[in-house]
Design a protein around this ligand. Structure first.
Ligand code: ZN
Length: 212
């Protein structure tokens, strides 16, 4: 039987968010227990919360929004590669050593970050492993169309712009906040569907990997 890995973080009011971004608010707008006909909830959160996607408009005025991204890239074969726990910065050299199979267009990088999700801590970790600018350039050269990481940004905390600009500027879709803690390295079918927010810079999504 095929196995489906849910690589999506559960959205809760306790989940860590990027420092300065809106926190998650969830409230019951209508309650059965208070005499309402139905339970109806209202949420308020930044679009870069939890498992989400970055659209080019995030860093480029005039760039494409979430609703304009091709489903052909968001659904299809994907490779999960394990990056050693000793790696803080995913550079060109680290990617070289990761023996990424030729022809891969969707690449998910499982790093030491996934342990943060397994522990379910509300703390934001600034020292997460991320992709360096030269690593991002190599991904573009390799023909990667979609890259996924297991913390809240593809780029290092202290220098977020270069890596994002290289990837999004080349049309690479960035998936962020993936929980890869239970996903072994290998080949899968990825289904990553962001909420279809019109003209938006990012969107929360449900992402799964299907193993045959
Ligand atoms: Zn983002």
């Amino acid at each position: 039987m095929r196995r489906i890995y849910d690589i999506t973080l559960t959205v809760t009011t306790e989940m860590p968010v990027w420092p300065g971004d809106p926190t998650v608010l969830m409230e019951r707008f209508s309650r059965i227990e208070a005499g309402g006909d139905a339970n109806i909830s209202r949420i308020s959160m930044g679009v870069h919360t939890g498992t989400h996607l970055d659209a080019p408009y995030h860093f480029f005025q005039g760039g494409r929004g979430v609703d304009e991204l091709p489903l052909e890239v968001l659904i299809g074969p994907a490779t999960v590669v394990r990056i050693p726990d000793s790696v803080d910065l995913i550079t060109e050299d680290v990617l070289d050593a990761a023996s990424i199979p030729a022809g891969v267009t969707r690449l998910l990088l499982r790093t030491r970050n996934s342990r943060y999700w397994a522990r379910k801590t509300p703390v934001f970790h600034k020292d997460f492993t991320a992709i360096s600018p030269d690593g991002a350039e190599m991904l573009v050269e390799m023909g990667i169309h979609l890259v996924g990481v297991d913390y809240l940004s593809v780029a290092p905390y202290r220098d977020p712009l270069p890596t994002h600009r290289i990837l999004l500027g080349a049309g690479v879709i960035a998936l962020e906040g993936l929980d890869l803690s239970k996903t072994p390295p290998g080949e899968y079918q990825l289904v990553a569907l962001p909420v279809k927010l019109g003209g938006c810079d990012g969107a929360p999504m449900r992402a799964v990997l299907i193993a045959d």
